[in-house]
Design a protein around this ligand. Structure first.
Ligand code: MN
Length: 154
């Protein structure tokens, strides 16, 4: 099961213009950061961070802020690197149907990456500075999909 299996299983690439994608090379510099605003059944912002050849992804139900406002971020399936450039309309009846538009992008610099906590710098146009993603504590922590996303006070 490759990292993109879930992503590919959810979509019909004959119907949607989203990229089918393949796993890219792991890179250590200039890692892609993007947030796509997605008018699906519920409006949300998709945070994606390049990591080990794919885009780790989280759906954020409320607009992210460039301050310490905490936002729920629900981890979703890894996406292909090419998805970082995707904008368009996912057709009615397809997975994630609705408009997708790039809301912010740039690069991210990992500072600390653990299973339950990611600290990093964002160099975007809207979001800039040190941010954290903290996984909710549950009995089976590694299974938890819910994270908090927020900017760190220096
Ligand atoms: Mn989405």
């Amino acid at each position: 099961m490759t990292k993109l299996k879930k992503y590919q299983q959810k979509r019909k690439f004959t119907k949607t213009s989203e990229p089918k994608g393949k796993i890219g090379k792991a890179r250590k510099t200039e890692l892609i950061y993007v947030i796509q605003k997605h008018w699906a059944s519920h409006l949300h912002w998709d945070l994606r961070l390049e990591w080990q050849g794919v885009l780790m992804s989280w759906a954020i139900p409320k607009e992210p802020k460039n301050d310490s406002t905490k936002r729920l971020a629900v981890q979703t399936e890894d996406h292909p690197l090419e998805y970082a450039d995707f904008e368009g309309q996912i057709p009615e009846g397809e997975y994630g149907a609705g408009k997708v538009k790039i809301w912010d992008n740039g690069i991210w610099i990992p500072e600390d990456i653990k299973k339950e906590k990611i600290v990093f710098e964002l160099k975007g146009k809207k979001l800039k500075g040190r941010f954290a993603l903290i996984r909710f504590k549950t009995k089976e922590r590694t299974q938890a999909k819910n994270w908090l996303f927020f900017k760190l006070k220096k």
